[in-house]
Design a protein around this ligand. Structure first.
Ligand SMILES: [Zn+2]
Ligand SMILES: [Zn+2]
Length: 405
């Protein structure tokens, strides 16, 4: 099944390529049975079964509710080292528009971000590591629930993940449709942005649209806040820094009531930043603009600013190490070492706040469907399963090499 358009080398890849069909079958089975965050019961069962067949040393269930951790010990333990690998397991509330046989069997749920593939890749690494054990230390394989907005990484950590498995470093990867299969992208700093949710509640005085002078018009206030909010990035953020302010939803009045001015309006949106100082400043400016604009019209506006995921920031030496490992598999011309960060977000960021580590992007192409992540026609590209598994496994082997005989 290995596609000849790209090549990967190394012992791990050759070994794992032999069970590519089994990994594909597992991936498609997970795809057919998508589950939302903290509901990954079928997924957890399938992962556990697969890990038992792989012969891993320990399987720990129920860490962070539906999370699992597998432990594989290397043939030597003299280093005393422990390294973590993480895969996310959850799906999205999207109605799938694919027609293949492994299409979601659940109405309104699909694996639209490829976490089915990430899970299968880590199972593939577990099997290879358990079969070969060519490393000196302990591999900790983290199957994490609830990446899509549930902060499952943080929940696993709050449940003692790193107290029970005190890894020295931790690595994760995400498939990336904009990059070709057989390529890997990484950088030594921010990979993904911090994601914050903003809710702006505006209160005025409703009334008859014909007698607007008797009202405090919240629709007008909302319009001014929306326009002014877009001045923050262009006028307050230094041009060489990055930030996005998006107001994505507005709720006011009733579409059937053409002459009724509502008394309240709500705006919902997101702020994306890399630097905590920029994040702080955007929050402050939003708060000031909301209250000052509302005051100017005789209304009130309250900003609820919720910090959801911090920025995903690789530590330098682990990122360089991971890039070297990727290079050993696919060659220097297939590794982008200065990958541009994305304004998307990722809860692996919580793990990187406490542990050195790196987050990589694994090219998968847009496939037959030509679709991006979170699209109803997206599908994980099974072609890259052995490469993802081999990359995980090689991070372990090269972080904890066997002592010279
Ligand atoms: Zn996603
Ligand atoms: Zn994802």
């Amino acid at each position: 099944m290995h596609n000849p358009r790209w090549k990967a080398g190394g012992r791990a890849f050759a070994h794992i390529a032999q069970f590519h069909p089994e990994l594909t079958a597992l991936r498609r089975d997970l795809h057919a049975h998508p589950e939302l965050g903290f509901e990954e019961l079928y997924t957890g069962r399938r992962v556990k079964e697969a890990l038992q067949l792989c012969g891993v040393d320990e399987i720990h269930e129920g860490i962070g509710r539906t999370g699992l951790v597998a432990v594989v010990r290397g043939r030597s333990q003299s280093s005393g080292s422990m390294v973590g690998l993480r895969a996310d397991m959850d799906a999205l509330p999207i109605a799938e528009h694919n027609d293949f046989s492994w299409k979601s069997c659940k109405q309104g749920l699909m694996h639209g971000c490829g976490h089915d593939g990430h899970t299968a890749m880590l199972v593939g690494a577990a099997r290879y590591l358990a079969e070969t054990r060519n490393f000196d230390g302990t591999a900790v394989l983290i199957f994490q629930p609830g990446e899509e907005g549930f902060a499952g990484a943080r929940v696993m950590m709050e449940d003692g993940l790193f107290d029970r498995f005190p890894v020295q470093s931790v690595f994760a990867m995400h498939n990336w449709p904009a990059m070709k299969p057989g390529t890997v992208g990484i950088n030594t700093g921010p990979m993904m942005a911090a994601a914050d949710r903003i809710t702006i509640e505006i209160t005025g005085r409703g009334g008859h649209g014909a007698h607007a002078y008797q009202t405090v018009d919240v629709v007008l206030v909302a319009a001014h806040i929306i326009t002014a909010a877009q001045s923050i990035v262009s006028r307050n953020v230094r041009p060489i820094e990055s930030a996005v302010v998006s107001l994505c939803a507005i709720q006011a009045g009733d579409l059937g009531a053409f002459s009724v001015l509502p008394g309240t309006a709500t705006l919902v949106g997101t702020v994306r930043t890399f630097d905590p100082a920029v994040q702080e400043m955007v929050e402050q400016r939003l708060k000031e603009l909301c209250s000052a604009i509302a005051l100017g019209f005789g209304a009130t506006a309250t900003l609820h600013y919720e910090r959801m995921y911090p920025a995903t920031i690789n530590t330098e030496s682990e990122a360089v190490f991971a890039a070297d490992v990727a290079e050993s598999l696919v060659g220097a011309d297939h590794v982008v070492r200065d990958l541009e960060p994305s304004m998307g977000a990722e809860d692996f960021s919580f793990m990187l706040q406490t542990k050195p580590g790196a987050y990589l992007r694994l090219g998968q192409g847009t496939g037959a469907s030509g679709s991006a992540l979170h699209n109803s026609r997206y599908d994980f590209n099974d072609e890259i399963l052995p490469l993802g598994s081999a990359l995980h496994a090689s991070l372990i082997e090269q972080a904890m090499p066997l002592p010279m005989p």
